[in-house]
Ligand binder design. Sequence first.
Ligand code: APR
Length: 249
Amino acid sequence: MWIDEPADGRHQDAGTLPHLVVFTGSGISVESGIKTFRASDGLWEEHSVEQVATFDGFRADPERVLTFYNQRRAQICRAQPNAAHKALAALEQDCFNVSIITQNIDDLHERAGSRSVLHLHGEILKARSSVDASLRYPVSGDIALGDVCDKGSQLRPDVVWFGESVPLFEQACALASQADFFLVVGTSLAVMPAASLLSYIGVDTPCALIDPDADALSPPGVRAINTTAGEGVPALVERWRRQKNFEPG
Ligand code: APR
């Protein structure tokens, strides 16, 4: 059993649902047609991280960066949540109190119906001031050169670039430490501090990882489920909902 009742019975109180924390990466959006980063055909094979995903790159050529994110935003707006996103949202109906911590900047978890989504690396459907991070604006179309914030500075995508701080990381660590169960889906665990979240879950907290490369990625003690998100997440959710137990099969 990769998920037993937590040793201290944290969620045994009548009327409270166990707290499932799900940590997702770009792999969960692959079956919605959105590329990952480090695959052989990934985004970082086609674009220089330094040029399009750093503040220095933005400062050097803001139009190149705005175009990169405008293209991704348009693709994300055309994409639809897949079976994995929907299965996680369905869990909230009767099985778990679910908190999603995602590295993804798309809104597919929200569009699938998940109600608690923390975007560690920001959100592509928001723009923000390049001089005052508290100034944020919803955006569904393009951000153009010359689009400015209330303080007159160029707007940028509200995403966390390499070398920038991750403002929501402490909040994510707190969620991870409160998890009765922890599920990782579709991330190579290559980027810090995001990947270090696994070190914040309780020593007795059952944890599993769904990824076609799970055996290679799963740290000791984490149950590796070697399959795609679109196959693995609905199968696990169906088992949990049907049998009200937490075995992966
Ligand atoms: N289902 C589940 N997982 C999949 C699927 C799929 N259909 N296809 C690929 N994967 C897995 C890959 O095996 C890999 O482990 O998704 C993972 C994608 O890894 P990365 O490309 O490194 O993406 P991610 O882990 O999300 O990157 C983290 O890096 O560049 C930054 O900000 C960016 O948030 C991103 C962060």
